[in-house]
Design a protein around this ligand. Structure first.
Ligand code: ADP
Ligand code: DP6
Length: 349
């Protein structure tokens, strides 16, 4: 951390995560409080590094993402500035900030860049602002940027509570199980790294307004989360896997019944689902999940991840497959890292 001549800066790293029990929909859009609780695993191989510099000489906040200055009126900058405002307010700080961030994987493509991005932002910005916040407080702040970011504050298996308080004070994430306590792996099959046409934020707003399945989703989600929590704590891989696929397909049913329909899958997404089911029929315990994007994430045991990676990399339309273990909590400790392209891959097709 640097603190000289009107400049205070800090750098943080946070890892992306993938929900096993999904969130979709808000109970308060202004405070970004999720309508349902969710459970995720943090992914070691996908990460964001963010440096925040509060600088008294700056007239305005500046946001650079992946080497590019994002215009101040762009939604991406406004989202970052909104979180900086919360931190400035808390710290009693007036300085504007320059934020420089890099994702080591494609942004806005269904790999949860908003999760690692806002988790890294709140850890770096609060440290640079001189705040000493608990993990729970950081998680609540990250949630204001993106709900899935609340989970990326923690490593391993993580639950985000929807909560019931109007001010969102009980909507925070906490760790269920350390990754080392149950070292599962995830194979990410990349089918298309283009930015999606409809962001998660816009997509879920449309779903809650138009899908006839939305009330059933709200009603059934807490049971799914409770069963998932029990399965994780019992380290019951089959139960976790079956619930993961169920939650994923329930989410995509909601998306398909939204007007206009949200179809995030492509042909390779569907082919990869079938490849996962074929592996399972051959006796390899592996389960798929898919977020708001065309990539497929396959949850498996470490001893199967090479075979799963090879099988998914060979699916027609899969560009490459990344194998990753479970990630650590977001932190100010930022060791040098491999880039996305040199992350452990399971081959290409
Ligand atoms: P994804 O599947 O990548 O999470 P979303 O549409 O949910 O896609 O989120 C992408 C948005 O998250 C970006 O448009 C941007 O607003 C924000 N974002 C992504 N990376 C970062 C980052 N490193 N720092 C701050 N915000 C980020
Ligand atoms: C399908 O957390 O990106 O990945 O809170 O509007 O930023 P905002 O949405 P975001 O949505 C994540 C949706 C999901 C499921 C999940 O991660 O739980």
């Amino acid at each position: 951390m640097e603190n000289t001549g009107g400049v205070r800066s800090a750098t943080a790293r946070a890892h992306s995560n993938i929900a096993l029990a999904k969130y979709w929909g808000k109970r308060d859009a202004a405070l970004n409080i999720p309508a349902v609780s969710s459970i995720s695993v943090t992914l070691d191989g996908l990460s964001t590094d963010t440096t925040v510099r509060f600088d008294e000489s700056l007239g305005t906040d500046e946001f650079r993402l992946d080497g590019r200055l994002v215009p101040a009126d762009h939604a991406q900058s406004r989202r970052v500035v909104a979180v900086l405002e919360l931190i400035r307010e808390r710290a009693g700080l007036a300085s504007r900030a320059s934020v420089t961030s890099a994702n080591n994987f494609p942004t806005g493509a269904g790999l949860a860049s908003s999760a690692s991005g806002f988790a890294a932002l709140v850890v770096a910005a609060s440290a640079a602002a001189g705040l000493d916040l608990s993990a729970r407080e950081l998680s609540i702040l990250a949630r204001r940027g993106s709900a899935s970011a609340a989970r990326s504050l923690f490593g391993g298996f993580v639950e985000l509570h929807a909560g019931i308080a109007d001010d969102g004070s009980d909507s925070f994430a906490e760790q269920l199980l350390d990754g080392e306590a149950w070292p599962l792996e995830v194979v990410v099959a990349i089918t298309d790294s283009a930015v999606k046409a409809v962001s998660s934020t816009a997509g879920m707003q449309s779903t809650s307004a138009t899908s006839p399945f939305y009330p059933a989703w709200i009603e059934s989600s807490e049971d799914t989360v409770r069963e998932m929590r029990e399965a994780v704590l019992a380290r019951d891989f089959r139960a976790v896997g079956e619930l993961t696929e169920h939650s994923c397909l329930a989410l995509h049913s909601l998306m398909l019944t939204t007007r206009p329909a949200l179809i995030y899958w492509n042909a390779a997404t569907v082919a990869t689902i079938h490849a996962v089911r074929a592996l399972r029929a051959d006796g390899v315990p592996v389960y798929f999940t898919i977020d708001a994007g065309p990539q497929v994430k396959a949850l498996c045991r470490p001893e199967d991840s090479q075979a799963v990676g090879d099988a998914l990399a060979a699916v027609r339309g899969v560009r490459h497959a990344i194998r990753t273990g479970l990630g650590r909590a977001a932190s100010l400790d930022v060791p040098p890292t491999d880039s996305f392209h040199s992350a452990p891959t399971a081959g290409t097709s």
